[in-house]
Design a binder for this molecule. Sequence first.
Ligand code: ADP
Ligand code: MG
Length: 624
Amino acid sequence: MTKEKHGFEAEVSRLLHMMVHSVYSDREIFLRELISNASDACDKLRYEGLTNNELLKDAGEFAITIRVDPDKKQLVVSDNGIGMNKEDLISHLGTIARSGTSSFVEKMTGDKKKDVNLIGQFGVGFYSVFMVADKVEVLSRKAGEDKAYNWESDGIGEYTISDAKKDSAGTQITLYIKKDAKEFLDVHRLKNIIKTYSDHITLPINLISKNEEKDAEEKEKTEKVNDGTAIWARPKSEITEEQYKEFYHHVAHAFDDPAMTIHYRAEGKIEYTVLMFVPSQQPMDIFDPARKTKVKLYVKRVFITDDCEDLLPGYLRFMRGVVDSEDLPLNISREMLQNNPVMTNIRNAVTKRVLGELEKKAKKDTDGFNDFWNSFGAVLKEGIYEDFSLRDQILKMSRFNSTADKGLTTIEDYLSRAKDDQDKIYYITADNLAAAKRSPQLEGFKAKGIEVLYFCDPVDEFWLQMVPEFEGKKFVSVTRGSADLKDKKDDKEKENTPEIDALIAVLKANLGEAVKDVRPSNRLTDSAVCLVADDNDMDIHMERILKMHNKLDGALSARVLEINPSNPLIVTLAKEAKKDGSVDKLKDVSQILLDQARIMEGDLPDDPVAFASRLSLMMANSFK
Ligand code: ADP
Ligand code: MG
């Protein structure tokens, strides 16, 4: 095969353009990215090798080698890891596979200065090599395969792939260093970069350079540069914040600062070390339906897998970091990990610890905890319906906005503000805070000074089904059932006026099956109408969520239409309703009232075209 030409994916081209012309001051991060990839590649091969011994046949000791040749202006980074075949090269180094990188590209503005800052925020993986190199060659052979390939590019528009020769599996990346990047051919500079960013990498990182000693026999010398002890195995007191941060970047493939660092060693029947982080930024795929946890499992300092369902519950999937067990066998396979009692033990203990640390944070640092909550509260709340044993604890930690407008509040604080005789916890569910705040159903509660919690995450609807009450007080939706906002003292139901009764009759006659009932409201003070669910019906918002997820067939169920007897429009219509022939005369009005209530719910009118033409007709008539 001669050189096969391929074009980069459009997004990659944009990214590369930016790299090639970069004026980013921390260009040194390219080396961290290459080392991190090499280390991942070795981890992958070691893991594959557990079940397929053949792959390790001629692997030797895993290591990363960096050879610097100032004369040729080359820097060569090699590993004996998993390697890439032709397909891998095309998909991994020609497209944007990684969510972090694609969000980087999305955020790119075209404004060079701003975009350059983004590099620091996101890191851009492999492509960062083009900040320091004119040309890059990736020679790779995948473990278990015979063929090797050479990928080559100057980072502009296209790359080529050709057949090549390589004796063993792994990847060798040659950078032809740019004129203005000569500093990266300097041994001291390189050592410094490796120490700064990659000291914690557990594989040896060997730097090969020209032997400067006079009369030396060997032309080259090799030095192991990194410390290589796993950072989590070192005592806390010896680790700097900066080192924790660098490790977080490496282990999480993230570039924000960790919001929390949890580092401890569990001793006793089962021994393990935990070094985990809570990110400060929400990872892109946090709401991915697969709900994968990303914490890496190590056994006695050896990487086992980052795809281990049993290590943490799905509702802690925002956590990053490692758990290193002393008790599992090194050759443990995926099958053996499932339902393993050691894993179950670790999972339960680590989960409790994380929740405990979050509680501590909530006590010590309200703002910090609220930031955490805004990023990951919706994920953590999945635990309320999923984890029976920790349900109460998670619910207690949960924060919500409310009509009190005091920012995030706990349910306990909500109850402490409630009047003594309030035996319920009132809430409204909605798609977002703005929609919740607009809800007409809140009017009566606000007027009476009764605080209502806003439940704005889809997950709220789900845990509410499992958790009917909190400390003996029932959760009650303000959009369901009849609102008990009457004053306790005047026991007597207020009688409807004959006009209101007439209007109700007219509306029922005109709306028929489209409503379940029509009744006067005591939850409205301003708006004319609103929709509510009957006591035994599904909450309106819940029904909408289920429909959105195709979990529910058919039309939305009929609702109760509540009318506000003190609203001027309703007063006027009620007078009209008493007159002869009012059912016919108020036909359009009835329909518009219902559609109006639907719109306030965030739904469409039943028939938007009919709605518009009725409204047009009425507007035209109003000028007659
Ligand atoms: P990330 O490491 O976050 O996935 P990169 O841009 O750094 O993103 O790398 C893209 C992909 O290219 C990697 O996920 C990996 O599959 C592949 N890759 C990069 N370097 C190597 C290597 N040295 N050995 C094997 N695969 C590699
Ligand atoms: Mg990478």
